[in-house]
Design a protein around this ligand. Structure first.
Ligand code: HPA
Length: 257
């Protein structure tokens, strides 16, 4: 086992981080201003593969912000990289082993609902898991996202002048963006936004009894809803513009823990 991980595990026993924050595409720099206690590359964490996605640093950092200690995953593991369900959920199971009781997930997503404009932030009220493998024996609690924490994060958003919408996130396999026909179908089944992550992590966390909240940074109108063609570079650029607003919301909420 890597000595950096052993050091981090012992720092977690001493510092008792309360939250694990997973930073998605283009959002990895959000925690750069927070005090770092310990940092380990994903490749040195037990059971976690390194990351291959542009815009993901692939590092776990134990931070302190406003006297709240938290674990920050700078990057995540995706099904579309070829990883299995255990690997995708590993940041969550690891966070639980390291003692956290709450998980905040962030991601980049395409907006489907009228209110989900590029640059806006959406709190997940619920999700549609189109990546579910029906042979997984796990039971998912009927309520995944904490209404209490959605309330607190919404209030934080209002306090810092960044109103958050709430809506339903459709998790799709990727890595290709959807076709316009798929987006029309997702709209019909109730999706307000679409992305390639989050749902399996959120379900795992809820099953483990952790409190869960998730925020999508809306990077673009989903395919077919705007004349612009979609590109990963444009998505990253828009998410980076929304990252500062997300940081202000998270910092306000962290100060209340
Ligand atoms: N679709 C899926 N994932 C995404 C999108 C999208 O339009 N934008 C950012 N991540």
């Amino acid at each position: 086992m890597s000595s950096r991980f052993v050091e981090m595990a012992s720092a977690c026993r001493a510092e008792r981080p309360r939250v694990a924050l997973v930073l998605g595409s283009g959002l990895n720099a959000i925690s750069d201003g927070w005090r770092t206690i310990s940092s380990v590359p994903f490749a040195e964490l037990p059971g976690l593969p390194g990351t291959s996605v542009v815009g993901h640093r692939g590092r776990l950092v134990l931070h302190e912000f406003s006297s709240c200690r938290l674990l920050v995953f700078q990057g995540r593991v995706h099904f579309y990289e070829g990883h299995d369900a255990d690997a995708v959920a590993r940041p969550i199971t690891l966070a639980q082993e390291l003692g956290v009781g709450m998980v905040w997930l962030t991601n980049a997503a395409g907006g489907i609902g009228e209110a989900q404009a590029p640059g806006s932030l959406m709190l997940l009220e619920a999700h549609l898991n189109t990546m579910k493998k029906h042979w997984w024996p796990d039971v998912v609690p009927s309520r995944v996202y904490s209404s209490e924490w959605n309330g607190i994060l919404s209030e934080s958003g209002r306090s810092v002048g960044v109103p958050l919408t709430q809506g339903i996130y459709a998790g799709v396999f990727g890595p290709n963006y959807e076709t316009p026909a798929e987006v029309r179908a997702l709209r019909v089944i109730g999706a307000d936004a679409v992305g390639m992550s989050t749902v399996h992590e959120a379900e795992t966390a809820a099953r483990l009894g952790l409190e869960v909240a998730a925020i999508s940074c809306i990077a673009n109108r989903a395919a077919g809803l705007s004349p612009e063609p979609l590109s990963h570079a444009d998505v990253l650029r828009m998410v980076q513009q929304a990252a500062d607003r997300l940081r202000r919301v998270l910092e306000h909420a962290l100060a209340r823990i």
